[in-house]
Design a protein around this ligand. Structure first.
Ligand code: F3S
Length: 525
């Protein structure tokens, strides 16, 4: 067995599980889409694609291009390719442990920590790490799905919590997969939720004991000021959640690999991570020079999709974007641009780190020295951007019908985005002489962001609510992954990530506003 295959099955499957769970609500374990990567259930032979999941798109993370053919990229999904290594080589590799680490492995700190250390050492050896490093800042976890197929992981974490283990710092967690207060407050949805996520309460209790704050802090955009998990540049952390890892590595300048769900907390309880991949200088070098040469401001999600498809899990060094960041500064008012692009690179591909010339910290410090010697070049101009948009399939069962709901905020909305969308939609409604949107609009955000919006812009938020815009702190893709969702909902979104993982159709901001106000799918989309 090639090491790449071993890695997929043993170490990294939880990442797929987290993503897939969001795509296929869950109770049934599923291998995914058109014959690509197996979920853990698939790997153990239990998987069979349920009927409702048949049309779910296979992610480009498996190295398939938009034509459905392999791109030739080999990957491990960690953003740290060891694609050509063998199991034998992996088994031979041995990390050096300090005396204290060895003592933990030998059980000095109890049997639970010894087991965690055993997993961590195997993980590090598999990826060729030479040592464990101490973690700083705070962890971010994507253990957010309380579905039955996650039971072994949840039970293991529960045992750790019972033994009194805790994360080394208060940590943030991804949004929960449902919201029975603001969106799914009908019997049909609630039945699906309570059947699909029977372990949610147990998982929430695990998080409370391991050191997560209350549910108001649940979000994938943990780095926002209102949530406060933004470690200093250069800090080693062990985050999970592809969009948070991607933003953290690239914009904050922290050092983390793309961890699978569960590995985040194992490392949090030990306060250590094996140093490899995106945690090393070498692993942060760029294999691609991506030149963005669109004549107008690019569509950030589309550019991210293009980069993800092309670079798969390699690091891109992107030029042509500094003009959208005054003085090269990423601020609360413009960070959503990189959030949109980065999360698309991480979902259309498995990009864990990108550099933007003149903007992101590694690029500001080292410039084009970050490029490897034999880097490749990819140009994204108007034509290429349009080619990517044209490749987005229409997955609605009734292809020519009109939308029934809009989805905004994957990754979760920033405060700036909430206010921007509030103004965009309410002003468009005023102009059209309407008081309510033609279709419900779900605005995904952390409660901490919603609270700030209410406190600072109460009048606008009230107007938004009356008009049909609903704030919710759940995960957008989990909602779109509900059983039977695509039969009931024809969604539209401005999130390239949501598009990538669901049947929801993509629209740029201005056309999305049109669809929200008129209830019609824009003709020129
Ligand atoms: Fe966040 Fe869920 Fe999208 S975790 S990035 S809203 S898939």
């Amino acid at each position: 067995m090639k090491r790449r295959d071993l890695i997929k099955v043993v170490a990294l499957a939880p990442t797929a599980a987290a993503v897939l769970s969001a795509r296929s609500l869950a109770a049934e374990p599923a291998s995914v889409g058109k014959g690509a990567v197996k979920s853990p259930a698939g790997a153990s032979g239990a998987g069979k694609i349920p009927d409702f999941a048949r049309d779910i798109l296979d992610s480009d993370m498996s190295g398939l291009g938009s034509d459905g053919k392999p791109t030739g990229q080999k990957m491990t999904f960690t953003g740290a390719s060891k694609a050509n290594a063998t199991v034998e080589e992996a088994m031979r590799h041995k990390m050096k442990l300090t005396r204290e680490e060895q003592a933990t492995l030998d059980g000095k700190e109890g049997k639970e920590k010894a087991r965690l250390m055993k997993i961590l050492v195997k993980f590090g050896n598999t990826f060729g790490a030479d040592e464990l490093v101490d973690l700083g800042g705070a962890p971010h976890s994507n253990m957010f799905i309380g579905a039955s197929y996650m039971s072994s992981m949840i039970n293991m974490l529960d045992e750790c919590a019972n033994a009194g283990l805790k994360s080394y710092a208060t940590y943030t967690v991804n949004p929960r997969p449902y919201d029975v207060y603001n969106v799914q407050n009908n019997l049909k949805d609630m039945e699906l939720i309570y059947e699909g996520y029977p372990l949610q309460k147990k998982l929430d209790y695990v998080h409370a004991r391991l050191g997560a704050p209350d549910l108001n802090y649940r979000t994938c955009a943990c780095y926002l000021k209102e949530v406060g998990n933004a470690p200093e540049p250069g800090t080693y952390v062990a985050w999970a959640e592809s969009s948070a890892v991607n933003y953290g590595n690239s914009v904050l300048g922290i050092r983390t690999n793309r961890n699978g769900a569960g590995m985040d907390l194992i490392q949090a309880m030990l306060a250590k991570a094996p140093k490899f991949g995106r945690m090393t200088d070498e692993g942060r070098k760029a294999a691609w020079l991506v030149e963005v040469k669109t004549t107008k401001e690019p569509d950030w999600g589309v550019v991210g999709t293009a980069i993800g498809r092309k670079c798969v899990e390699d690091v891109p060094y992107v030029t042509g974007l500094d003009t959208y960041f005054e003085g090269g500064e990423v601020t609360p008012d413009n960070l959503h641009l990189l959030k949109a692009m980065g999360s698309a690179t991480a979902s259309a591909g498995a990009v864990g780190l990108y550099h933007v010339e003149g903007v992101t910290p590694d690029a500001k410090k080292n410039g084009r020295d970050l490029l490897v010697k034999d880097y490749q070049t990819y140009v994204i101009d108007d034509k290429e951007q349009q080619r990517i948009i044209d490749s987005f399939p229409n997955l609605w069962p009734e292809k020519d019908d009109d939308p029934t709901a809009a989805f905004i905020g994957c990754p979760h909305n920033t405060y700036h985005e909430v206010i921007k969308w509030g103004k965009l939609v309410t002003e468009a409604l005023d102009k059209a002489g309407k008081e309510e949107t033609a279709i419900p609009v779900y605005m995904f955000m952390a409660n901490m962001v919603r609270n700030r919006a209410i406190e600072e812009n109460g009048e606008l938020i009230s107007k938004m609510k009356r008009a049909g815009l609903h704030a919710t702190n759940m995960c957008a893709v989990s909602y779109a992954g509900m059983k039977g969702f695509s039969d009931r909902v024809r969604g539209v979104t401005n999130s390239a990530k949501t598009r990538n993982y669901s049947s929801i159709r993509y629209l740029p901001d201005e056309l999305l506003v049109q669809a929200i106000v008129t209830g019609k799918f824009p003709k020129d989309a």
